[in-house]
Write a protein that binds this ligand. Structure first.
Ligand code: SAH
Length: 216
C-alpha cells in the first residue's frame, strides 16, 4: 500500500485543521489520521486528497469533505463492537473510518458500478471486513437488523421509516435532512418508550438520497 511519510504529514495537517474547526473527539481524529484518504481518489488528484474539500469519485458522486465525515462520525459516537449501517457507500472512506473506530460496518450503495468498485477496492487496503451491499439504502438491511447506529451520507427529504425500525433502542441515527440545496444535520435517538428525540446541528450540503437502485 502506497502510504508514505509525506502522505502521513499531509494527513496530520488536515487533522489539525479539522480540530481547529471544532472536532474534539480524539477517537475520530485518530481514525482519520490512520485511514489514507489519498487512496480513495484517483492518483492524479493526490494534492486534493488532504484538502478539507469534497471531491468527485465518478458516477456523479463525491467523497464527503473530511470535516463533514468527522462531524457525522462524532455525532454517531461509535463504540468498539457497535453494529453500524451506512447508507451511501460511495468511495468507502467513511466506512473505513467507522471500522477504525471498532465498528462492524454494513454499507449500502445504489449505484452498481460504484458498489462494485468499492467492494473490490476495500480488501486491497486492509478493510475487507466492511460488508458492502448493492441496493436502495432507504429500505435498510433488515436481514442484519437491529443496528446500534445508522448513518445516512446523502441528503434526505424525510426520515426513512424502515431505517428507524431497524435502529436499536438507545441507538442513534444521523441524517442530513432538507431540500436539494441545504440540509440540517439531525441526530435521532430511539428512546425506551419508542419515542424519537431529535437534535439539530447546523447546515450542510450533500448529494441527494435517491429512491431505488440504479443499474449503472
Ligand atoms: N460515504 C461516502 C460518500 C457518499 S456520497 C464516502 O465516504 O465516500 C453519497 C452516496 O450515496 C453516493 O454514492 C450515492 O450514490 C449514494 N446514495 C444515494 N441514494 C442512495 C440510496 N437510496 N441507497 C444507497 N446509496 C445511495
Amino acid at each position: 500500500m502506497n502510504d508514505t511519510y509525506r502522505h502521513k504529514g499531509l494527513r496530520l495537517q488536515l487533522i489539525e485543521s479539522i480540530r481547529r474547526k471544532g472536532i474534539r473527539d480524539e477517537r475520530v481524529l485518530e481514525a482519520m489520521s490512520t485511514v489514507p484518504r489519498h487512496l480513495f481518489l484517483d492518483s492524479s488528484f493526490l494534492e486534493f486528497a488532504y484538502e478539507d474539500k469534497p471531491f468527485p469519485i465518478g458516477s456523479g458522486q463525491t467523497i464527503s469533505q473530511p470535516y463533514t465525515v468527522a462531524f457525522q462520525t462524532q455525532l454517531l459516537s461509535v463504540k468498539p463492537g457497535d453494529k453500524v449501517l451506512e447508507i451511501g457507500t460511495g468511495s468507502g472512506y467513511q466506512a473505513c473510518i467507522l471500522t477504525e473506530m471498532g465498528a462492524k460496518v454494513y454499507t449500502i450503495e445504489r449505484q452498481k458500478k460504484l458498489y462494485q468498485k468499492t467492494k473490490s477496492f476495500l480488501p486491497t487496503i486492509g478493510y475487507g471486513t466492511v460488508k458492502c451491499f448493492y441496493g436502495d439504502g432507504t429500505k435498510g438491511l433488515p436481514a442484519f437488523a437491529p443496528y446500534d447506529k445508522i448513518l445516512i451520507t446523502a441528503a434526505a427529504t424525510e426520515f426513512p421509516k424502515a431505517l428507524i425500525e431497524q435502529l436499536k433502542t438507545g441507538g442513534f441515527l444521523v441524517v442530513p435532512l432538507g431540500d436539494r440545496n441545504m440540509q440540517t444535520m439531525i441526530r435521532l435517538t430511539k428512546k425506551e418508550d419508542g419515542r424519537l428525540e431529535e437534535e439539530r446541528f447546523g447546515a450542510f450540503r450533500f448529494v441527494p438520497l435517491l429512491k431505488n437502485k440504479a443499474n449503472d
